[in-house]
Every structure is written in structure tokens, then in C-alpha cells.
Design a protein around this ligand. Structure first.
Ligand SMILES: [Zn+2]
Length: 159
């Protein structure tokens, strides 16, 4: 890293700080030539491969706008969507790949969206998984019901 003040070609790290759940590293550097300090930010790259084959940087904003469409008229706040986008980014980054398919991003949205709002989840899944009949909705709803039942504590005397 070149010194931004005197253009010296070397600098040394005096402090490193990991932020944003480990995806961003901020460093304080000092120039051995002029002694001035400056900061740098390192971000691990994460690209999304679109259906067209083009790649673009992963964007939480895109995750939010996609999920927000499914949440229209539902009691889901912007703050909840922010958290959802963070969860999506964390699960995508945990794959440990520099590039992921747009399809995987969509899959990563489904699970946290289901926890937020089941109607929004069904809307998103219907578009994303290309539901084309009532049977597809029925199957998805049956799955939600089965999971809800599994979470209910057993009634008294039945355990
Ligand atoms: Zn310098």
C-alpha cells in the first residue's frame, strides 16, 4: 500500500480491526518514510453470477428490494429487512466462495423470510421457485403447517 502523502511504496500496519461480522477489516497504517498515518479498508469480494452469465458485486440493497416486494402490505419493517439482508450475506459468505449463483442468493433469502412472514415467504417462493399451479401452493403450505405442528409442544397427557 503506497503512502497517500509522499507516495512511498511501503507502509506498515499499526492496527487492524475486524468489523461487520468479519467481512470488513480496517487497518491503520504508518508510512516509514514520512511517518504519517492513514487508514485502509479491506473487504472480501463476493460476486453474484446472474442468469445472463454476467457478474455483479453482492448487494444487500438488492436482497432488501427483492424481499420488500414480497412483503408489500405485510407487517415487516425496514429494520427487519436490513437484518434479513445481513443474514443472507452471512449465509452466502459462509459458503466460502468468491462467486455465487444468483439462484443461491434466492435460496438464502427463503429461510429468513419464512421466519419473518409466511405470506411474504409464499409470495417469494411462488415467484422464485416458479409455482405454476394451486398444487404448488398447497404443497408449500402443507410444508409450513407440518413444520408448525412439529414446533408445537405436545398437549398434556400425550407426551
Ligand atoms: Zn509517506
Amino acid at each position: 500500500m503506497h503512502c497517500p502523502f509522499c507516495r512511498h511504496t511501503d507502509s506498515r500496519v499499526v492496527d487492524s480491526r475486524v468489523q461487520e461480522e468479519g467481512t470488513v477489516i480496517r487497518r491503520r497504517r504508518q508510512c516509514p518514510e514520512c511517518g504519517r498515518r492513514f487508514g485502509t479498508v479491506e473487504t472480501a469480494t463476493l460476486s453474484v453470477i446472474k442468469r445472463s452469465g454476467a457478474t455483479e458485486p453482492f448487494s444487500r440493497d438488492k436482497v432488501i428490494s427483492g424481499a420488500r416486494k414480497a412483503c408489500q402490505g405485510r407487517p415487516v419493517s425496514d429494520a427487519q429487512l436490513q437484518i434479513l439482508a445481513q443474514q443472507v450475506e452471512e449465509s452466502i459468505r459462509s459458503l466460502g466462495q468468491a462467486e455465487v449463483d444468483a439462484h443461491e442468493v434466492g435460496l438464502a433469502i427463503l429461510e429468513p423470510l419464512r421466519c419473518l412472514d409466511e405470506v411474504a415467504y409464499l409470495r417469494f417462493a411462488s415467484v422464485y421457485q416458479a409455482f405454476d399451479s394451486l398444487e404448488d401452493f398447497e404443497a408449500a403450505i402443507a410444508l409450513l403447517r407440518a413444520e408448525q405442528d412439529a414446533q408445537q409442544p405436545a398437549p398434556e397427557g400425550m407426551a
